[in-house]
Design a protein around this ligand. Structure first.
Ligand code: ADP
Length: 178
């Protein structure tokens, strides 16, 4: 599913983020940038050890923020490591921190002159954020950002399962109607 907002195409696809040919891909990292399972493990496996070497040099990243490394052996030139919140029932600052993880990633992309970027569904795996709620936050934040910032040609969400893709499509349809 694709929609155009100003000069940016926002698309939702099912796929593997490590295979994307956008200039940057976003990692759902942890605050120690220590690598892990899920999308993080997949990116380090596919990109090779140079990405972890850069992460070690950077040292860490607070929750709700993001840092950038090169993409090693990936097709993508850069990896933006975004740290989403661990979901703890939704009564804390989870929403704000998830919004901030997406916004910081986009700000870094603009600063670097990156024109195309792929996101995974941050925090909805091991970090337990309910996918529907997280999808509304993710899409709402990205759409707000695109409306206020020129420079990105493509923002792609790469969902790992058909079920997740359907949830994101439902949320985008709902947002479009507002
Ligand atoms: P978090 O710790 O932020 O929850 P996870 O990596 O555990 O991050 O999960 C985030 C989302 O990424 C989940 O929906 C998971 O299914 C998905 N995912 C896992 N591997 C990949 C991949 N190679 N490409 C895209 N998405 C992936």
């Amino acid at each position: 599913m694709d929609i155009n907002i100003n000069s940016t195409t926002l698309s939702l696809i099912k796929g593997d983020i490590t295979q994307q040919d956008t200039e940057a891909i976003v990692n759902a990292a942890n605050s120690r940038l220590a690598g892990g399972g899920g999308v993080d493990g997949a990116i380090h496996r596919a990109g090779g050890p140079s990405i972890m070497e850069e992460c070690i040099r950077i040292g860490g990243c607070p929750t709700g923020s993001a840092v950038i490394t090169t993409g090693g052996n990936l097709k993508a030139r850069y990896v933006i490591h975004a740290v989403g919140p661990i979901y703890k029932g939704g009564k804390g600052r989870e929403r704000e921190l998830l919004e901030s993880a997406y916004r910081k990633s986009l700000e870094i992309a603009i600063e670097k002159g990156i024109k195309s970027i792929s996101f995974p569904s941050i925090s909805t795996g091991a970090y337990g954020y309910p996918t529907k709620e997280a999808s509304e936050i993710a899409l709402g934040t990205v759409i707000d950002f695109i409306k206020g910032n020129k420079g990105l040609d493509i923002v792609r969400f790469v969902l790992f399962s058909e079920g997740d893709l359907k949830v994101y499509e439902g949320s985008l349809n709902k947002i479009k109607k507002v």
